[in-house]
Design a protein around this ligand. Sequence first.
Ligand code: ZN
Length: 291
Amino acid sequence: MAPLTVKYTEVQSHSGNDGALRGKLRSIALDALGRKTSWFPNAQLRMQPRVQLIYIHHIFQDEIEHFRGLLKHFAEEYTFISYSEAINRIQKDQIDGCYMAFSSDDGFKNNLDAARVLEEFGATACFFLNSKTVGMTNHEEIKAFCQQQLHFPPVEFMNWSEVNDLKRRGHEIGSHTSGHFDVGRMAVTDFVHDLKSTKKKIEMETGTIEHFAFPYGRWNNFSAEALAATTAAGFTSCATAERGCHLPGTYSENPMIFRDHVLAHWPSHHMDYFFEQNVRRAMKHTKQPYP
Ligand SMILES: [Zn+2]
């Protein structure tokens, strides 16, 4: 039986030559676009008050140092706030500085390392969990779930005691459906049922939760009806995996939460490029359509 994945280099070899080549080409393109300088150069964009949310999935052993380096870079420009404070500032239009908040999806056990590094910077995250995988120990079950739902090699998941420990340390917990479903392909009635039962299960284990994040998170992985259902089920916010930042006054036009995906080994100037694009796009007030 193959062991569970503990290093990011194992994930990279799992994705094969195609994945490695894509990664290299992407990196070359971003080097050119990001000008290899630290932070984006346009002072007006840089000073624009905003909330930038980022999300991760994992911090493997060989990613810890990279993650620390990225946070150090982000901390030079952003004030780190909790996920709930970010949501509150976005929804109440209290965006008076450059804020950053963190979240992590899918509940891998190596999120505990991510939490420890965040804590070094006085930061916390909201961990979006699939209730079905918390405490999953059967190797074959883990392998099948990771492969089918996450398109990932097998990685160990957190258990409820670890989740509760994160809460005690000031982190937050959110729902990511019970089994990492593509809500865009699900009947709304089935989604509503899962939304309620998952909320109940997580709350039974850890106490009240407020936030929801759609698995896969692209526009075609949910709908306006699904968004309305999360509000009806008592969630305060609903997160996508679409890149973007929040400027004063933009939430009322499109009440969704944008988050930028981050891999710990990505160079900081690549992230700066994305963040600069986010500000440019948000300043145009473009409304994202549902499919
Ligand atoms: Zn996910």
